[in-house]
Design a protein around this ligand. Structure first.
Ligand code: SF4
Length: 313
């Protein structure tokens, strides 16, 4: 992408305390995200940055003083990243995520990374040495044309290839099927595709709110008009029955595959070689009460994240 405004900024504190469940600290080596997903839950960050460019068209690259006494974080979980992708394409040049991993190496932190990229394979040598490291890839379609309509990240095949490399190397992997687009995302096909190369499969519904609601509904009207009544029912009339039906279908389907299906997640105690657990995060009110996952609640905690990050910099 040619027309991305890239700036370099200094930050006092690259690790910020996290309000997200199951993560003690977050690190966002960049401000902005050039994957530019149309449904990005983090795009609210733009208004805190002073940027006039659209979300996905700017990237602030963070520089910080080298971390010291990293042993004090031993046993804590650090999540990369809550409001950017730590492996956006510019990371290949700036290496800020790799720098952070190098600084944290040997600290004993528990590392959790979420990405839509295969650039992370470059850092496998570092990541595999963190205790209980886990990496999640977002995959919400196997249809490359729909993928390209929704984001500028790498093709799904490359994400799946990276997931397999990590899993084959003994790093715990998660396939984050999110957001599920009603009538478009073939959840069963994705589960079939990834079940032998991941330890967890998370399911999250498309939750339309804020500025991107109209973007997505316009896309559906233009590209998938036959789905307009369904989206109208779900997103304007708040009818949850479609999700309830999908929930029942997936419970039966995963059972037929011999996979455990549950709402809450404590599967980290399972052996690495066990089949993946499929975790349903469709219902956000339940997530707030029960979930031990962080990524699924990013959007609900968004307003909490921003003040913490802004205050620390
Ligand atoms: S990869 Fe994540 S942070 Fe980046 S644009 Fe997409 S949804 Fe937003």
């Amino acid at each position: 992408m040619e027309d991305i405004r890239i700036s370099e900024i200094e930050t006092q504190c690259i690790l910020t305390k996290s309000n997200l469940p199951a993560s003690d600290y977050c690190a966002n080596p960049y401000v902005g995200c050039t994957h530019a997903c149309k449904y990005c839950y983090a795009s609210f960050m733009r208004r805190f940055t002073g940027h006039r460019e659209d979300w996905g068209r700017f990237l602030d690259v963070k520089f910080w003083s080298p971390l010291e006494n990293v042993e004090k974080y031993r046993g804590r979980t650090v999540f990369l990243s809550s409001v950017t992708d730590p492996y956006n394409p510019q990371e290949a040049v700036f290496k800020r995520t790799r720098t952070l991993l190098e600084e944290l190496s040997g600290s004993g932190i528990r590392l959790s990374i979420s990405t839509k990229s295969d650039l992370i394979v470059r850092d496998l040598d570092l990541i595999r040495n963190f205790p209980q490291a886990q990496v999640a890839w977002s995959v919400n379609t196997l249809d490359e044309s729909f993928r390209a309509d929704m984001d500028s990240a790498v093709p799904v095949e490359r994400r799946l290839g990276a997931m397999k490399i990590f899993h084959d190397s003994g790093v715990r992997t998660t396939c984050f099927i999110s957001p599920i687009f009603p009538g478009i995302t073939d959840v069963k096909a994705i589960i079939r595709t990834v079940k032998d190369q991941c330890n967890l499969i998370w399911l999250e519904n498309l939750n339309l709110r804020g500025a991107f609601k109209s973007v997505i509904l316009s896309y559906i009207r233009e590209k998938r008009p036959e789905l307009t009544p369904l989206y109208e029912r779900i997103y304007n009339r708040k009818d949850m029955s479609w999700w309830e039906e999908l929930d029942r279908e997936l419970a039966a389907y995963t059972s037929s595959l011999g996979l455990e299906y549950r709402i809450n997640d404590n599967s980290f105690t399972r052996p690495f070689s066990a089949p993946p657990v499929v975790v349903n995060f469709f219902y956000h009110e339940r997530i707030r009460k029960n979930a031990s996952s962080k990524a699924s609640v990013i959007q609900d905690n968004a307003q909490d994240i921003v003040p913490a990050e802004i205050q620390s910099e």
